[in-house]
Design a protein around this ligand. Structure first.
Ligand code: 5GP
Ligand code: MN
Length: 334
């Protein structure tokens, strides 16, 4: 079954093709890691590959090979990016399941005549792809990309750089092998990635030990001054204003991981982080056990993701968004 599907993809990849790879806005290690791993692999295959990111990404991903060639969407590059997308033979959509996750780039993907390939592990995917490798059982998109590379019978293309990118996505999307999405397959793939040269210490250091002092201060401030706990609702949250983010010279990626501290409190089953971004309030949700923050984000915050890790947004003020969250949590048990 899988092999037949892979054959279709192999046929599409016959000859030198124009390939676009794109991933969700504010890409994390799984999003950028899977995109760059696939890009480097397809370049070895002999294709022309362009990786497009809808926004900038955290600087702790700068070490990923090929990151210097990623095209980041901006109004000035809009026409050029549109042209690349609509003239591509193949468009790979990695680590997201609905086109609104790639912002303006989604409009181009929608109208593009090229073959669209979805590789993803988020819940309830939008139907826009001609081919998909999709499984919510996969801990990371990097896991699916690795399996695809293996099925395509070109494992020899997997070099140390590719192995590091794939390992990074699996390491972070499993919360350092801590979340319930860790399976035998995860360890098997990681062990194979080490065989392909993945340097696990190098990846971990680059991702976790590259904090700025400002980022640590923002974390300290968030935990000491902004953490609100509602034990009766088994819920905790942190809401950061624009002024507070500016005070700590916020840079993309600086708030990543903060929500996990709220979830780590004894007796807490659902946690949220609200940040006042320029265009909207961005929300990160986390939960444990059967509590579905995917459903919560879908029903009330125009978002989604996984059962225990999701995100969403709101056009209300920060205070109103928090109020809405508390009301929803009080009224409905997800
Ligand atoms: P994070 O809180 O780390 O930004 O995101 C947690 C998970 O939810 C990730 O898998 C991410 O891709 C997904 N996610 C974050 N924000 C959104 C959103 O606005 N919409 C959807 N559909 N998924 C999101
Ligand atoms: Mn992912």
């Amino acid at each position: 079954m899988v092999l037949n599907e892979t054959k279709i993809l192999e046929n599409w990849l016959e000859g030198r093709k124009k390939v676009v790879i794109t991933t969700h806005q504010k890409p994390d290690a799984d999003a950028l890691g899977s995109s760059l791993a696939l890009a480097n692999y397809l370049i070895k295959y002999g294709h022309d590959v362009l990786v497009i990111s809808p926004t900038d990404y955290p600087s702790f991903l700068d070490w990923m090979p090929g990151s210097e060639n990623v095209v980041i969407y901006s109004d000035t590059l809009k026409d050029q990016i549109k042209q690349s997308v609509i003239t591509a033979d193949l468009i790979f959509c990695l680590d997201f399941s609905s086109l609104n996750r790639i912002k303006e780039v989604g409009e181009f993907v929608k109208i593009a005549p090229g073959k669209k390939i979805l590789i993803d592990h988020h819940m309830e995917p939008e139907q826009f792809a001609d081919f998909s490798r999709w499984s919510t059982k996969a801990a990371a998109t990097c896991e699916l990309v690795f399996e695809l590379m293996a099925d395509m019978g070109r494992s020899e293309f997997i070099d140390q750089g590719i192995a590091n990118c794939l390992y990074a996505g699996i390491m972070t999307d499993t919360g350092n092998f801590k979340h319930p999405n860790v399976t035998k397959n995860v360890f098997r793939i990681c062990s194979e990635l080490v065989e392909y040269g993945a340097d696990t210490g190098y990846v971990a250091r680059n991702i976790y030990d590259t904090n700025t002092v400002n980022r640590l201060h923002l974390l300290g401030y968030s935990l000491k001054e902004k953490l609100i706990v509602h034990p009766e609702l088994e819920m905790a949250y942190i809401a950061l204003t624009k002024k507070e983010l500016n005070q700590f010279h916020y840079q993309t990626g600086d708030t990543e991981g903060i929500v996990n501290y709220a979830l780590s409190i004894q007796g807490i089953r659902v946690a949220a982080l609200f940040t006042d971004r320029n265009e909207m309030i961005k929300i990160s949700f986390r939960s444990s056990g059967n509590y579905s923050v995917n459903q919560l984000a879908r029903d009330h915050f125009n978002g989604g993701g996984h059962k225990n890790a999701s995100g969403g947004q709101s056009n209300l003020t920060l205070e109103e968004t928090v109020e809405k969250f508390i009301k929803v949590i009080t009224e409905t048990k997800y």
